[in-house]
Design a protein around this ligand. Structure first.
Ligand code: ASP
Ligand code: MG
Length: 602
């Protein structure tokens, strides 16, 4: 008998009629011969109302007591859901997080799961009951109630699906799936049938907004297939699955996202020597700020600029840390821009289709949008633009990739439909050890998982100087390079010291001279070619939601005196460029720092 986990969000249990409708779905799944576990959120706007209530009492409610309060929302829901299911004639039992032994760390209001005991749930399931578990909550080792952060019920559901070996985790919500972009911003956005974990990770934290991104990290780590669907219809929604099951024929881009409330900070005139970026990001991590894009480009006269983005609301705190870091490292100062937004396109197809970057930059150029910063990964390109141009830019990009057109053929499934994956932790109790310190890079169930470190020493870097910071420049450059038949890997664009733009990119070594000629022909004469560089990458999930991953990477390199001369990041990887002769050593020290297996892409 298979196990199905069904999670109902706040809107799906907002009133008694909806609770009964959700209960009927659970009973239906049970009648089809499945064991059924239901996870519920607080009803409707309950969590918001509870937070509001707390604020009426105190400007600064203690986090422990806030968790005590917020956890009541889900407790109401589980009890009502159990009553509803029992009223339909099916046995059911509700549990709080504490009752099923969902143990977290002690970071109130943003706790992470450490382990879950499955015994009590399994017992009840074995007795033929539908088990209903309160989402979003747990207890720490001292039995204090904790919560997992807003939207955390998704994470509870996926975690339970993982430890119980469920065949699917169904997420019932008020939208009918994941869209190519936010349909409120771009009305012609379409529902995506299948998307891979990595694509979803790149989209989720960027405001696709459908799911808690930590739940996707979890699903990827434990190979849990997710089905996001509407609780109000029977139409299939979006499957979030393994890459092999998600691949589409011919599609270059799967979705586009907008992160509207970003702020950019640049540390100017940073001395180009080992240990400097480490000193910077150690300070930022100590301020407990989540850093999004990080970009460092080629240095001129032994000075470089390091730019990064944070949530706009974190700007003040970050600036303070950035100014201290500038002083400590002997940099010349900081600049910032609080009025920026990030546009990203994501797609597995980028790995095999050249020209995605060109198409994106041309769409932006045609819309008259200036690009401030660029960073890329294997499956994602992100640009930073003025917030006032963001919506227009997103629309232009969505149109350029024809994301409104459906009917893209899926590659034939690798082994006949969606496969049930073995779960990683089938034991009755998942003992995942202690997590350590404020960085939380320990060995808890939900801790950072670095899946690998990588060395690519097959590339050359082309750096362009004197590129005016105007719309259309990046498009021109990459059009010329693409027309010359050069395959571009990483693209890095940073803000220069004088507000000019610093653009560089990497290509296979034997194509470097061809790339240089193409750039010259496009009218840019000041070009430097570094014929060989070592690209070191840390790849994993949770890179961004875990403060301090970048700091740890830079620290390991700094300890060895390895200079970082290029940085580019995405949600699932941090890439740095270093001197080619230090490549192997760099790989080795990262492997030790993250205690993981390595791979060498040559
Ligand atoms: N009720 C919590 C919230 O609103 C958790 C959830 O719904 O996922 O954030
Ligand atoms: Mg939610």
């Amino acid at each position: 008998m298979g196990l199905v986990v069904q999670k109902f969000g706040g809107t799906s249990v907002a009133d008694s009629a909806k609770i009964l409708a959700a209960a009927r779905r659970a009973v239906q799944a049970r009648e089809l011969g499945n064991q059924v576990l239901v996870v519920v959120s607080a009803r409707g706007h309950t969590t918001d109302e509870l937070i509001e209530l707390a604020r009426e009492i105190s400007d600064n409610p203690p986090a422990r007591e806030l968790d005590m309060l917020l956890a009541t929302g889900e407790q109401v829901s589980v009890a009502l859901m159990a009553m509803a299911i029992i009223s339909l004639g099916t046995p059911a039992i509700s549990f709080t997080g504490a009752q099923i032994g969902l143990v977290t760390d002690s970071f109130h209001t943003r706790a992470r799961i450490r382990n879950i005991s499955t015994e009590r749930m399994q017992q009840a399931l074995g007795d033929g009951k539908i088990v209903i578990v309160a989402g979003f909550q747990g207890v720490d080792e001292h039995a204090n109630i904790t919560t997992l952060g807003r939207g955390g019920s998704d994470t509870t559901a996926v975690a339970l699906a993982a430890v119980l070996g469920a065949s699917v985790c169904e997420i019932y919500t008020d939208v009918d799936g994941v869209y190519t972009t936010d349909p409120r911003v771009v009305p012609e956005a379409r529902k995506i049938d299948r998307i891979s974990y990595d694509e979803m990770l790149e989209l989720a934290s960027l405001g696709a907004g459908v799911m808690h991104s930590r739940s996707i990290e979890f699903a990827k780590n434990y190979a849990v297939p997710i089905h996001v669907r509407s609780s109000f219809t029977d139409a299939p929604g979006t499957w979030i699955v393994d890459e092999l099951d998600a691949r589409r024929l011919g599609a270059r881009v799967t979705g586009a996202a907008l992160a509207k409330e970003e702020a950019r900070i640049t540390i100017k005139g940073v001395p180009d020597r080992p240990g400097v970026v480490h000193a910077i990001f150690k300070r930022i991590a100590a301020a407990n700020v989540v850093v999004d894009m990080i970009v460092q480009n080629v240095s001129t006269a032994s000075k470089t600029e390091v730019s990064f983005t944070v949530a706009k609301s974190d700007l003040e705190t970050t600036l303070e840390a950035a100014r201290e870091a500038a002083e400590e490292t002997g940099a010349s100062g900081t600049t910032h821009d609080a009025e920026v937004a990030k546009i990203s396109v994501v797609g597995l197809g980028m790995r095999t289709h050249a020209g995605v970057a060109v198409a994106m930059f041309e769409a932006l150029a045609d819309a008259g949008v200036n690009i401030h910063m660029i960073t890329t990964s294997e499956i994602k390109i992100s640009v930073l633009v003025a917030r006032s141009a963001a919506v227009e830019a997103l629309r232009a990009v969505h149109r350029a990739f024809q994301l409104e057109k459906g009917d893209i053929e899926l590659e034939p499934p690798s082994s006949g439909g969606l496969r049930k994956k073995p779960t990683v932790a089938p034991a009755s109790e998942v003992d995942l050890g202690d997590s350590t310190g404020a960085e939380r890079v320990g060995r808890g169930m939900e801790d950072l998982v670095v899946s690998g470190v990588e060395l690519d020493d097959t590339q050359a870097r082309i750096a362009l100087f004197g590129v005016p910071d105007l719309p259309g420049r990046a498009a021109n450059v990459f059009r010329a390079v693409a027309d010359a038949g050069v395959f571009v890997d990483m693209i890095v664009q940073n803000i220069g010291e004088k507000g000019d733009s610093l653009l560089s990119f990497t290509v296979p070594r034997d194509q470097a001279e061809r790339a240089r000629a193409a750039v010259n022909a496009a009218g840019i004469q000041e070009v430097s070619v570094e014929p060989a560089l070592a690209k070191l990458s840390v790849i994993g999930v949770g890179m961004r939601s875990h403060a301090g991953v970048a700091a740890r990477m830079f620290s390991a390199l700094a300890e060895r005196g390895i200079n970082v001369n290029l940085i580019n990041t995405s949600e699932v990887r941090i890439n740095v460029g270093t001197d080619i002769v230090r490549g192997r050593e760099g790989l080795e020290c990262l492997r030790l720092a993250f205690a993981t297996g390595s791979s060498n892409r040559d």
